[in-house]
Design a protein around this ligand. Structure first.
Ligand SMILES: Cc1cc2nc3c(=O)[nH]c(=O)nc-3n(C[C@H](O)[C@H](O)[C@H](O)COP(=O)(O)OP(=O)(O)OC[C@H]3O[C@@H](n4cnc5c(N)ncnc54)[C@H](O)[C@@H]3O)c2cc1C
Length: 374
């Protein structure tokens, strides 16, 4: 592979690969069928400390650099991207607290996650998707508290999280809040029955007169949308790293199949058109991985990646559709069958063009950045 991995990175990735192949992979097909991933399946990843990778050392986490953290999640996504995203989503929520919250909030968050619990980031509502600023959930001041009301949709980790970072409209505008699962008035609504990405839990969240202290406001009141968007700039590069994992798995499966499947008296890998598809898949995966790696290095250097995060997410998740589709093509009719893993990769990868801002919205962001540069 094109990336120059350090010896430490190689060792870590080998350990993650071994754990994922041994502990998770045997259960993936059944979880994909049922649309549920039992919590005990996360124990091996938690035992390895993967839930603490992005939590800074000062709060008891590993404080691992983004570059290496991304490599770990690419590795996990090779086995199942929905599983990987359950861990990644906790960090999506965390980033809001690290970027804008208080030290107390960050320590509280870290302590909850240290116990092996997950977090959720919920901004989307039924009428506020791409236009997140149109959200209608409200937070009304009542003495030292706020009273939250509203319904969020498509919340990843909705029913398996213990902590929620969610967004409500106050007198001063959209505001971010940190909410405990056991707060009275909070409940988990309907579970989404999705076409793919089925090991990732997606639900509605219902807030009915949920009372939270004002100390649970993250950052400044009215600045919630800005806080969410700053975190999402980083999160988009993580979406891309998981898509690279899915693509690599698609190539691995297609290559192995092409070597052993015989037609017209020879393995299909000997046919130039099959070779061309395999080569194109490898070209796109290497380019995608290098792009992700460069963006992660920029994040590690403290650079603003608004444009680069959007470019990375869009390029990688667009080529991922083609790569997974061609893996199905190389397996022919068997690729279309649930007996082989590649149809699942094609189902799983579609969401990557949609969530964390659709690829149409990413293109608008890229164009705005370009306009501002000139
Ligand atoms: C499995 C899954 C997990 C999710 N996880 C989370 C989560 O954890 N937290 C969370 O808050 N949300 C989450 N979401 C929500 C996700 O981010 C939204 O679905 C996404 O932002 C798109 O919003 P929408 O579905 O309302 O589509 P819409 O905004 O209605 O868009 C519909 C179509 O119109 C296009 N469109 C809209 N506006 C424009 C425009 N201005 N220019 C060009 N085209 C446009 C879109 O690109 C899209 O093709 C998740 C969604 C899914 C399906």
């Amino acid at each position: 592979m094109a990336l120059m991995y350090t010896e430490e990175q190689k060792e870590l990735l080998a350990m993650v690969r071994q754990m994922a192949e041994r502990e998770i992979k045997p259960h993936v097909a059944e979880c994909d069928r049922t649309g549920e991933c039992p919590m005990e399946l996360f124990k091996p990843a938690i035992d390895m400390g993967l839930h603490m990778l992005e939590i800074p050392e000062e709060y008891g986490g590993s404080g691992m650099d983004f570059e290496t953290t991304a490599m770990v999640f690419e590795e996990l996504a090779k086995v199942d991207a929905g599983y990987a995203d359950t861990l990644v989503t906790t960090f999506v929520a965390l980033r809001n607290v690290i970027l804008a919250g208080t030290k107390e909030q960050a320590q509280y968050f870290a302590d909850v996650v240290a116990e092996g619990k997950f977090a959720c980031f919920a901004i989307t509502e039924s009428n506020a998707g791409s236009d997140a600023g149109a959200l209608r959930a409200t937070a009304v001041r009542d003495g030292d508290d706020f009273i939250l009301n509203g319904t969020k949709v498509f919340a990843t980790n909705g029913s398996c999280a213990s902590l929620y970072v969610s967004f409500f409209r106050t007198e001063k505008g959209i505001t971010a809040f940190l909410i405990d699962r056991d707060t009275p008035g909070f409940s988990v609504g309907a579970h989404e029955d999705k076409m793919g990405f089925r090991l990732s839990n997606t639900t509605e969240l219902v807030f009915e007169d949920v009372r939270v202290p004002a100390s649970r406001v993250i950052g400044e009141e009215g600045k919630g949308l800005k806080i969410a968007m700053s975190g999402l700039n980083i999160s988009r590069a993580f979406v891309a790293t998981m898509a690279v994992g899915i693509m690599q798995r698609a190539l691995d499966e297609a290559l192995a199949y092409a070597k052993q499947r015989t037609q017209f008296g020879k393995p299909i890998i000997k046919f130039q058109m099959v070779q061309g598809m395999l080569a194109d898949m490898a070209i796109k995966i290497e380019a995608a991985r290098c792009l992700v790696n460069n963006t992660m290095k920029m994040i590690d250097a403290g650079m603003d990646v608004r444009k680069e995060g959007s470019i990375t997410k869009t390029f990688v998740t667009d080529v991922a559709q083609e790569v997974t589709s061609n893996a199905v093509q190389i397996l022919g009719g068997y690729g279309y069958s649930r007996e082989y893993p590649v149809e699942k990769l094609m189902r799983d990868v579609k969401i990557f063009q949609i969530f964390e801002g659709t690829n149409q919205i990413q293109r608008l962001t890229i164009a705005k950045c370009l306009e501002a540069e000139n």
